[in-house]
Design a protein around this ligand. Structure first.
Ligand SMILES: [Fe+2]
Ligand SMILES: [Fe+2]
Length: 484
């Protein structure tokens, strides 16, 4: 079959909607059909608790045409069509970077890099079901049907992202790919015996402010990783990731607008009550909204946990994956250097003689650092928009991302304690100031006290403003979830 003519055409009739010609690929089709029941079991065990019988107004990917790739309809989540959709193959695409730059992109796994490639796919794949597991209890406390629907949309799409990675494993990696696909259904977020692979994906997402922060900060790490993998010389991985990015954009939208709406509601309530001091926490909380300093603490927590996902600042693995042509830089195709990086350097923030300072490192070894820098820039854009809201109410407060040395468990700064400005502290100072920077027990209890479900169509919990526009342009009172 000529792939170029099948673009946008999705086989929607079988068990697994796809645009990869699964109908003609009996071996892979069988492997995926065999994997499917285990996936559904996992979804029922570890996916959204309750609500499996509810009708949810979801978008389903039905094409890869950027102009009209999704359709909206009521679906029971276990009946969601988790499809395998790759972005169109670009005619004559070449490997964009590394030792093989300029050679034709690989359509099959390059033998010498097989293990490295498999590991990249498994690590990406592991994060997808992990976040569903982390968010599984949130439906019980949704602040509105609109938000409930958005949560489930994110969840089913993370499920689809798992399918996307499992397809690559089943199609290109034979027996060990099959074993990895099984293992992706076995690990569990936060399980002491068989945890998910990366730290931030074993943390709890206990409340909706955490959910919005997670989708803003941690899904954005997902975006950066997908952007880097979308550059891959292994074309099927590149095409898969390019399409995943279209869905990922909505996840970050949910996060950014979620936090915006929390901030908006807090500022409105403060204004109505005539409170001008953002640090008058007790009075603000009495209004049933979340005070700005606590929102800042949540941002500190989720930002710092997410930075750990970028790994060590100096990394041979990252260098090897780039050199091999498997994982590029953020928007590699828009960069104008030699795309080989064999002689260039990159400034890396390190701990040198106990001081935090920049040091030039070989650019190849510093790729994690570079991706993290791109991430921080990207994350700051939305923070600026949050501050515009606060400013519009004339409240003297600004959300600020903490210093990269703050609260780290991986990399250069895991050895030290630092405050949100990057000033180093002793263990004792850290212990006594920790709760100034990160949510403490009272903060958690207060937020938990607000987490009461609001399932009436068009109504919102006290602590969050309604969205500016509905999903799929639906009116305010639209029943996004018909709870069964
Ligand atoms: Fe994802
Ligand atoms: Fe996501």
């Amino acid at each position: 079959m000529n792939v170029a003519t099948s673009i946008g055409k999705v086989d929607y009739d079988g068990l697994i909607p796809n645009n990869v010609g699964l109908g003609e690929d009996v071996r892979v089709k069988r492997a995926l059909e065999k994997w499917h029941p285990g996936y559904i079991d996992w979804w029922k065990d570890m996916g959204p608790e309750g609500f499996q019988e509810s009708l949810v107004y979801l978008r389903t990917a039905v094409s890869v045409d950027p102009k009209g790739w999704a359709k909206f309809d009521y679906v029971k989540m276990p009946d969601y069509k988790w499809g395998i959709l790759l972005a169109p193959q670009a005619e004559g695409r070449t490997i964009p970077f590394g030792a093989h730059a300029g050679e034709p992109a690989w359509q099959e796994v390059p033998g010498e890099y097989r293990a490295m490639l498999r590991r990249l796919i498994v690590i990406q794949g592991d994060t997808e079901p992990a976040s569903v597991e982390q968010q599984r209890h949130l439906g019980k406390t949704a602040p509105s049907l609109y938000d409930l629907r958005n949560l489930f949309q994110v969840n089913v799409e993370e499920g689809r992202h798992l399918w996307a990675m499992v397809y690559l494993l089943q199609k290109y990696f034979g027996t060990d790919g099959r074993e990895e696909a099984e293992a992706l259904l076995q690990r569990r977020s936060g399980d002491p015996d068989s945890p998910r692979m990366l730290g931030a994906f074993n943390e709890k997402t206990p409340d909706w402010l955490s959910f919005f922060m997670f989708t803003y900060f941690t899904d954005r790490d997902g975006k950066m990783q997908l952007e880097a993998l979308a550059q891959s010389g292994f074309d099927p991985l590149s095409r898969t990731c390019r399409f995943m990015l279209t869905e990922e954009a909505h996840h970050m939208f949910v996060g950014e607008t979620g936090v915006t709406r929390v901030i908006q509601r807090t500022c409105e309530a403060m204004k109505e009550a005539g409170i001008t001091d953002p640090f008058d926490i007790a009075r603000v909380r009495k209004l049933g909204v979340i005070d700005l300093p606590t929102i800042q603490k949540k941002a500190n927590l989720h930002f710092s946990l997410t930075l750990d996902l970028f790994g060590n600042e100096i990394s041979t693995n990252a260098a090897n994956a780039f050199h091999a042509g498997l994982k590029g830089r953020y928007r590699e195709n828009r960069l104008t250097d030699d795309h080989k990086l064999e002689t260039s350097t990159y400034p890396v923030l390190r701990l040198i003689d106990g001081k935090i300072q920049n040091e030039d490192a070989p650019a190849l070894s510093a790729l994690n650092m570079r991706l993290r820098d791109d991430y921080v820039n990207d994350a700051n854009v939305g923070v600026g928009r949050w501050n515009k809201v606060i400013e519009s109410f004339g409240i003297p407060f600004q959300i600020k991302l903490p210093h990269v040395a703050f609260n780290r468990n991986i990399g250069e700064f895991s050895k030290v304690k630092a405050d949100v400005d990057g000033k180093q502290m002793s263990e004792a100072e850290w212990a006594s100031h920790r709760s100034d920077f990160l949510p403490n027990e009272q903060d958690k209890d207060f937020i938990e006290s607000l987490m009461q479900p609001q399932y009436e169509a068009g109504k919102f919990a006290s602590w969050i403003a309604p969205p500016k526009v509905g999903i799929d342009n639906k009116p305010g009172e639209f029943e996004y979830v018909k709870i069964a």
